[in-house]
Design a protein around this ligand. Structure first.
Ligand code: IMP
Length: 173
């Protein structure tokens, strides 16, 4: 087996430009407020780290972890693997996702977090793959909408690898 090959889908510079835009938009929309940004582990860590550097507001960071199971039925199941460290009641919460694919994770997490009674709850996703959606759910802020291709890099993995690539790439067969 030769070395894995991948091609660049979105180069680093374009990612940084778009992330800065998103950050400025969020900072504008939440002006005068403070934020709790909840990163969904592990895929969102790089996006979250870059994004917050463009949000000049008082904020705190939380992480939440999920795992999805594929059963014999068509609907996958999502489970928490790591919960928040602190309450979010009466806080303005922004959930930070790497990618919205089937939508199952985001839908599940929205329900989980709504039960904690935040003052508001919105979502920002680095990527959106709308053609794969199995459940009607949308990000409030989206970095890039992409076709149905499996992507790696900028925090996203294939079998826990390639998260450290600076560019968003497509793994070639
Ligand atoms: P969901 O299908 O919307 O619930 O997405 C669940 C998770 O699958 C995402 O948060 C990603 O971590 C992962 N995922 C979905 N599509 C891709 C991809 O193209 N590359 C890497 N991870 C992905």
């Amino acid at each position: 087996m030769g070395a894995p090959r991948f091609e660049v889908l979105i180069p680093h510079e374009r990612i940084q430009q778009r992330v800065a835009e998103l950050g400025r938009q969020i900072a504008q929309d939440y002006a005068g407020r403070s934020l709790v940004m909840v990163g969904v582990l592990k895929g969102s860590f790089m996006f979250l780290a870059d994004l917050i550097r463009h949000i000049d507001l008082p904020l705190r960071i939380e992480f939440i972890g999920t795992k999805s199971y594929e059963g014999t039925t068509t609907t996958g199941q999502v489970q928490l693997t790591k919960d928040l460290d602190r309450p979010i009641q009466d806080e303005d919460v922004l959930l930070v996702e790497d990618i919205i694919d089937t939508g199952l994770t985001l839908n599940y997490l929205k329900h989980v977090l709504e039960q904690r009674e935040p003052r508001s709850l919105k979502t920002v996703a680095f990527l959106d793959k709308p053609s794969r959606r199995r459940i009607e759910v949308q990000g409030d802020y989206v970095g890039f909408t992409i076709e149905d291709r499996f992507v790696i890099g900028y925090g996203l993995d294939y079998d826990q690898r390639y998260r450290n690539l600076k560019d968003l790439c497509v793994l070639l067969p």
